[in-house]
Design a protein. Structure first.
Length: 265
Protein backbone atom coordinates (compact mmCIF):
# COMPACT_ATOMS: atom_id res chain seq x y z
CA UNK A 1 0.00 0.00 0.00
CA UNK A 2 1.24 3.49 -0.84
CA UNK A 3 -0.28 5.71 1.83
CA UNK A 4 -1.78 5.51 5.33
CA UNK A 5 -3.73 8.62 6.34
CA UNK A 6 -3.96 9.06 10.11
CA UNK A 7 -6.61 11.27 11.71
CA UNK A 8 -7.10 11.71 15.46
CA UNK A 9 -10.63 12.75 16.39
CA UNK A 10 -11.92 14.36 19.55
CA UNK A 11 -15.51 15.61 19.37
CA UNK A 12 -15.35 16.67 15.71
CA UNK A 13 -17.69 14.19 14.05
CA UNK A 14 -18.95 16.57 11.35
CA UNK A 15 -15.41 17.57 10.39
CA UNK A 16 -14.43 13.90 10.16
CA UNK A 17 -17.31 13.29 7.74
CA UNK A 18 -16.21 16.29 5.70
CA UNK A 19 -12.60 15.11 5.52
CA UNK A 20 -13.43 11.52 4.56
CA UNK A 21 -15.76 12.77 1.84
CA UNK A 22 -13.08 15.08 0.41
CA UNK A 23 -10.42 12.34 0.54
CA UNK A 24 -12.63 9.71 -1.04
CA UNK A 25 -13.69 11.98 -3.90
CA UNK A 26 -10.12 12.40 -5.15
CA UNK A 27 -9.05 10.66 -8.33
CA UNK A 28 -5.67 9.29 -7.25
CA UNK A 29 -3.67 6.36 -8.55
CA UNK A 30 -2.30 5.77 -5.05
CA UNK A 31 -3.54 2.93 -2.88
CA UNK A 32 -4.43 4.28 0.55
CA UNK A 33 -6.21 3.70 3.83
CA UNK A 34 -7.70 6.17 6.31
CA UNK A 35 -7.18 5.33 9.98
CA UNK A 36 -9.36 7.29 12.40
CA UNK A 37 -8.34 7.10 16.05
CA UNK A 38 -11.11 8.37 18.30
CA UNK A 39 -9.72 9.83 21.51
CA UNK A 40 -12.72 9.09 23.71
CA UNK A 41 -15.06 11.61 22.07
CA UNK A 42 -18.23 12.47 23.96
CA UNK A 43 -20.23 13.74 20.99
CA UNK A 44 -21.07 10.32 19.57
CA UNK A 45 -18.27 10.50 17.00
CA UNK A 46 -17.26 6.84 17.16
CA UNK A 47 -20.84 5.61 16.82
CA UNK A 48 -21.45 7.96 13.88
CA UNK A 49 -18.27 6.78 12.15
CA UNK A 50 -19.30 3.13 12.59
CA UNK A 51 -22.84 3.83 11.43
CA UNK A 52 -22.34 6.27 8.54
CA UNK A 53 -18.72 6.13 7.38
CA UNK A 54 -17.41 2.57 7.70
CA UNK A 55 -20.22 0.95 5.65
CA UNK A 56 -19.79 3.52 2.88
CA UNK A 57 -15.99 3.79 2.65
CA UNK A 58 -14.09 0.50 2.70
CA UNK A 59 -10.75 2.31 2.96
CA UNK A 60 -11.60 3.66 6.43
CA UNK A 61 -10.73 1.97 9.74
CA UNK A 62 -11.75 3.11 13.23
CA UNK A 63 -9.79 2.66 16.45
CA UNK A 64 -11.65 3.50 19.66
CA UNK A 65 -9.58 4.77 22.57
CA UNK A 66 -9.34 7.31 25.34
CA UNK A 67 -8.05 10.87 25.23
CA UNK A 68 -4.30 10.30 25.26
CA UNK A 69 -3.42 13.45 23.32
CA UNK A 70 -2.67 14.33 19.71
CA UNK A 71 0.70 12.66 19.23
CA UNK A 72 -0.10 9.52 21.21
CA UNK A 73 -3.33 9.13 19.26
CA UNK A 74 -1.44 9.11 15.97
CA UNK A 75 1.12 6.67 17.39
CA UNK A 76 -1.71 4.28 18.24
CA UNK A 77 -3.35 4.63 14.84
CA UNK A 78 -0.17 4.10 12.87
CA UNK A 79 0.97 0.97 14.70
CA UNK A 80 -1.01 -1.15 12.26
CA UNK A 81 -0.60 1.12 9.21
CA UNK A 82 0.21 -0.60 5.92
CA UNK A 83 1.39 2.34 3.81
CA UNK A 84 4.97 3.13 2.83
CA UNK A 85 4.19 6.78 3.60
CA UNK A 86 2.15 8.14 6.50
CA UNK A 87 0.00 11.25 6.22
CA UNK A 88 -0.86 13.09 9.43
CA UNK A 89 -4.01 15.21 9.15
CA UNK A 90 -6.36 17.16 11.38
CA UNK A 91 -10.07 16.56 11.02
CA UNK A 92 -10.52 20.20 9.92
CA UNK A 93 -8.53 19.66 6.71
CA UNK A 94 -10.29 19.54 3.33
CA UNK A 95 -8.37 18.15 0.36
CA UNK A 96 -8.51 20.08 -2.91
CA UNK A 97 -8.40 18.26 -6.26
CA UNK A 98 -5.72 15.57 -6.14
CA UNK A 99 -3.40 17.21 -3.64
CA UNK A 100 -2.24 13.84 -2.32
CA UNK A 101 -0.45 12.41 -5.37
CA UNK A 102 1.97 15.29 -6.12
CA UNK A 103 2.80 15.61 -2.43
CA UNK A 104 3.51 11.87 -2.26
CA UNK A 105 5.64 11.96 -5.43
CA UNK A 106 7.68 14.93 -4.20
CA UNK A 107 8.45 13.11 -0.95
CA UNK A 108 9.26 9.69 -2.35
CA UNK A 109 11.35 10.74 -5.35
CA UNK A 110 14.24 11.96 -3.18
CA UNK A 111 15.85 9.71 -0.57
CA UNK A 112 17.01 12.72 1.47
CA UNK A 113 13.46 13.92 2.13
CA UNK A 114 11.83 12.77 5.36
CA UNK A 115 8.77 15.01 5.72
CA UNK A 116 6.85 17.21 3.28
CA UNK A 117 3.88 19.47 3.90
CA UNK A 118 1.52 21.34 1.53
CA UNK A 119 0.46 24.95 1.46
CA UNK A 120 -2.40 25.40 3.92
CA UNK A 121 -5.05 28.01 3.22
CA UNK A 122 -7.95 29.47 5.16
CA UNK A 123 -11.51 29.02 3.83
CA UNK A 124 -11.22 32.52 2.32
CA UNK A 125 -8.22 31.15 0.34
CA UNK A 126 -5.65 33.35 2.10
CA UNK A 127 -2.38 31.60 2.95
CA UNK A 128 -2.02 30.17 6.44
CA UNK A 129 1.40 30.09 8.12
CA UNK A 130 2.41 26.43 8.28
CA UNK A 131 6.20 26.34 7.90
CA UNK A 132 8.34 28.02 10.50
CA UNK A 133 11.75 28.46 12.09
CA UNK A 134 12.57 26.84 15.43
CA UNK A 135 10.80 28.63 18.30
CA UNK A 136 12.71 30.43 21.03
CA UNK A 137 11.85 30.72 24.72
CA UNK A 138 9.43 33.65 24.41
CA UNK A 139 7.95 32.83 21.00
CA UNK A 140 4.57 31.51 22.23
CA UNK A 141 4.17 34.49 24.57
CA UNK A 142 4.67 36.86 21.66
CA UNK A 143 2.22 34.87 19.55
CA UNK A 144 -0.56 34.70 22.11
CA UNK A 145 -0.38 38.14 23.71
CA UNK A 146 -0.08 41.80 22.79
CA UNK A 147 3.63 41.58 23.54
CA UNK A 148 3.86 40.38 19.95
CA UNK A 149 3.16 43.97 18.89
CA UNK A 150 6.26 45.32 20.58
CA UNK A 151 9.44 45.87 18.56
CA UNK A 152 11.07 42.73 19.97
CA UNK A 153 7.86 40.77 19.51
CA UNK A 154 7.44 41.81 15.87
CA UNK A 155 11.05 40.93 15.09
CA UNK A 156 10.71 37.51 16.67
CA UNK A 157 7.44 36.69 14.90
CA UNK A 158 8.85 37.80 11.54
CA UNK A 159 11.78 35.43 12.09
CA UNK A 160 9.55 32.62 13.35
CA UNK A 161 7.10 32.82 10.42
CA UNK A 162 9.98 32.99 7.88
CA UNK A 163 8.51 36.13 6.34
CA UNK A 164 11.66 36.78 4.30
CA UNK A 165 10.93 33.71 2.16
CA UNK A 166 8.78 33.67 -0.99
CA UNK A 167 6.36 30.88 -0.09
CA UNK A 168 5.42 30.24 -3.72
CA UNK A 169 8.41 27.92 -4.10
CA UNK A 170 9.41 24.64 -2.38
CA UNK A 171 11.91 25.11 0.41
CA UNK A 172 13.71 23.24 3.17
CA UNK A 173 12.33 24.46 6.50
CA UNK A 174 12.88 23.79 10.18
CA UNK A 175 9.40 22.44 10.86
CA UNK A 176 5.86 22.07 9.53
CA UNK A 177 2.51 22.41 11.29
CA UNK A 178 1.02 19.09 12.35
CA UNK A 179 -2.31 19.90 10.69
CA UNK A 180 -1.13 18.12 7.55
CA UNK A 181 2.10 16.55 6.38
CA UNK A 182 3.52 13.32 4.97
CA UNK A 183 6.39 11.34 6.48
CA UNK A 184 8.08 8.22 5.14
CA UNK A 185 7.33 5.09 7.15
CA UNK A 186 11.02 4.25 7.59
CA UNK A 187 11.69 7.75 8.95
CA UNK A 188 8.74 7.46 11.35
CA UNK A 189 10.12 4.14 12.56
CA UNK A 190 13.66 5.50 12.90
CA UNK A 191 12.55 8.43 15.09
CA UNK A 192 9.87 6.40 16.94
CA UNK A 193 6.93 8.62 16.01
CA UNK A 194 5.60 11.41 18.18
CA UNK A 195 7.00 12.04 21.65
CA UNK A 196 3.98 11.29 23.84
CA UNK A 197 5.14 13.61 26.61
CA UNK A 198 3.50 16.41 24.64
CA UNK A 199 -0.25 16.08 25.18
CA UNK A 200 -1.00 18.86 22.70
CA UNK A 201 1.19 21.45 20.95
CA UNK A 202 4.90 21.23 20.05
CA UNK A 203 4.79 17.53 19.15
CA UNK A 204 5.03 18.54 15.49
CA UNK A 205 8.07 20.75 16.14
CA UNK A 206 9.70 17.93 18.10
CA UNK A 207 8.98 15.39 15.35
CA UNK A 208 10.58 17.60 12.70
CA UNK A 209 13.57 18.21 14.93
CA UNK A 210 14.02 14.46 15.38
CA UNK A 211 13.72 14.03 11.61
CA UNK A 212 16.51 16.53 10.96
CA UNK A 213 18.57 14.86 13.69
CA UNK A 214 18.19 11.49 11.97
CA UNK A 215 19.66 12.92 8.76
CA UNK A 216 16.47 13.61 6.78
CA UNK A 217 15.14 16.89 5.39
CA UNK A 218 11.83 18.66 6.02
CA UNK A 219 10.26 20.41 3.01
CA UNK A 220 7.44 22.87 2.43
CA UNK A 221 5.74 22.16 -0.92
CA UNK A 222 3.33 24.97 -1.90
CA UNK A 223 2.56 23.56 -5.35
CA UNK A 224 -0.48 21.89 -3.77
CA UNK A 225 -2.92 23.41 -1.30
CA UNK A 226 -5.37 22.15 1.30
CA UNK A 227 -8.00 24.08 3.23
CA UNK A 228 -7.50 24.17 6.99
CA UNK A 229 -10.49 25.38 9.01
CA UNK A 230 -8.22 26.82 11.67
CA UNK A 231 -9.02 29.91 13.73
CA UNK A 232 -6.46 32.67 13.53
CA UNK A 233 -4.59 32.94 16.81
CA UNK A 234 -5.89 35.86 18.85
CA UNK A 235 -3.69 38.15 20.88
CA UNK A 236 -6.42 40.47 22.13
CA UNK A 237 -6.05 39.65 25.81
CA UNK A 238 -3.54 41.30 28.08
CA UNK A 239 -0.56 39.04 28.51
CA UNK A 240 -1.20 38.22 32.16
CA UNK A 241 -4.84 37.34 31.44
CA UNK A 242 -3.81 35.06 28.59
CA UNK A 243 -1.79 32.96 31.01
CA UNK A 244 -5.03 31.95 32.74
CA UNK A 245 -6.50 30.65 29.49
CA UNK A 246 -6.37 26.84 29.51
CA UNK A 247 -5.26 26.48 25.90
CA UNK A 248 -2.46 28.99 26.40
CA UNK A 249 -1.30 27.21 29.56
CA UNK A 250 -1.19 23.85 27.76
CA UNK A 251 0.72 25.43 24.87
CA UNK A 252 3.29 27.04 27.16
CA UNK A 253 3.69 23.84 29.20
CA UNK A 254 4.45 21.89 26.02
CA UNK A 255 6.78 24.63 24.83
CA UNK A 256 8.77 24.47 28.07
CA UNK A 257 9.08 20.69 27.67
CA UNK A 258 10.39 21.28 24.16
CA UNK A 259 12.89 23.93 25.32
CA UNK A 260 14.13 21.68 28.12
CA UNK A 261 14.50 18.67 25.82
CA UNK A 262 16.41 20.45 23.07
CA UNK A 263 18.30 23.21 24.90
CA UNK A 264 21.64 21.39 24.81
CA UNK A 265 21.37 19.91 21.31
Amino acid sequence: MDLSISLVNYNTKNLVKQFVKSASSLQSSLSYEIIITDNGSRDGSADLIEREILPKYETVRLIRGKNVGFGAGHNIGLKSAQGEVFMIVNSDIVLLEDAITPLYRFLTENTAYGIVGPKLIYPDLSIQPSCRAWPRLLTPIYRRTKLGRTLLGRRELLRYDINDYDKRHPKKVDWLAGACFMIKKNVWTDIEGFDERYFMYCEDIDLCRKTWGAGYEVWYYPNVAMIHYHKRLSAQKKWWKSLFDKTTRVHIASHLKYIKKWKSR
